[in-house]
Write a protein that binds this ligand. Sequence first.
Ligand SMILES: NC(=O)c1ccc[n+]([C@@H]2O[C@H](COP(=O)([O-])OP(=O)(O)OC[C@H]3O[C@@H](n4cnc5c(N)ncnc54)[C@H](OP(=O)(O)O)[C@@H]3O)[C@@H](O)[C@H]2O)c1
Length: 331
Amino acid sequence: MRAAIKNRYGPPEVVEVREVDVPVPFEEQVLIRVRAASVNRADLDTIKPKPSFTRLFMGFRRPRDSSVGFDAAGVVESVGANVTSFKPGDEVFTDMFASGRSGGGFAEYVCASETAVQPIPTGMSFEEAATLPHSAILALQGLRLGSGRTVQPGDRVLIDGASGNVGPFAVQIAKAMGAEVTGVASGDKLDFVRSLGADHVLDYTKVDYTRADERYDWIVAVDTHHPLRRVRRALRPNGVYVTMGGETGSILAAMVGGPLISRFSDRWSGLLLWWKPMHAPDVETLKEHIAAGRVKPVIDRTYPLSQVVDALRWIEDGHARGKVVITVADG
Ligand SMILES: NC(=O)c1ccc[n+]([C@@H]2O[C@H](COP(=O)([O-])OP(=O)(O)OC[C@H]3O[C@@H](n4cnc5c(N)ncnc54)[C@H](OP(=O)(O)O)[C@@H]3O)[C@@H](O)[C@H]2O)c1
């Protein structure tokens, strides 16, 4: 089968499509014939490690796991002896991270743990389903703390990074929760963010929301774009700031400093540490939003598997408005 492979770290161009053996499922695994996959910022972060300390886990000089791609959707080809929930022919989607892998979705076949696989939402194409696993689940979990506290109707919510992978889902889910939503992106993507349902938009090249007068009940940043103390200024009393990523320094500040300061304040801030990929109750919530028309995947572009480098490059260069999908069957 053909699969995207990385044998060294670097820019998207280190990824190659090669012939490799079709994987054989273990007893608890499902073999999926991939029809579509989608690209996430996190894929690029495994190709060029970010934050840099993740090399300690992924391989210091070169990647231990050569596979690429978290999100995949396709058809069950075969199942391991202990699998009870799926059978050949079922249409499913998965986040390879939930199977303990740092990739694998950009391939003709993948093996995923039964618990990391879910049926595709009714009536949804493989391409649309492939956009959901990583980004939509992260968006949902960024609008809820580990304690279970969540966005309330009428809350003023700001999504910092509203135009890429996670942001468009976060805007739509926050609106579905009854929030008044502000989306932050660069100027030429603001119409796109408005089209997702955002009530207000901010161009981060012109306005720094941490220095402006508005205050928010909930701020979700897909990456750390501002120092913690400045973002906390932009919170209302009892407000929440959740950041999903950043470089080593900002991750440490959010992971350690955020919760520490929060103990002496009515505002909570910190790194999203409660991510549970393919968490079944969250997949159900997502499916309800989709069925009701409250959340809709937005596909910016599709590329065949043979052009996986171009797909990664499109995201790396910051062009995407929504999701980039890789079609596998006809690549
Ligand atoms: N915490 C966890 O457990 C966990 C797990 C998995 C992944 N993650 C993280 O989740 C994040 C997902 O990000 P993504 O895939 O949605 O990223 P993305 O698609 O690359 O989106 C980046 C967004 O940030 C905006 N942006 C770029 N520079 C900015 C700046 N200086 N100020 C404000 N906005 C700026 C971009 O706007 P323009 O395009 O308009 O420039 C875009 O809307 C990644 O950081 C990943 O590492 C976290």
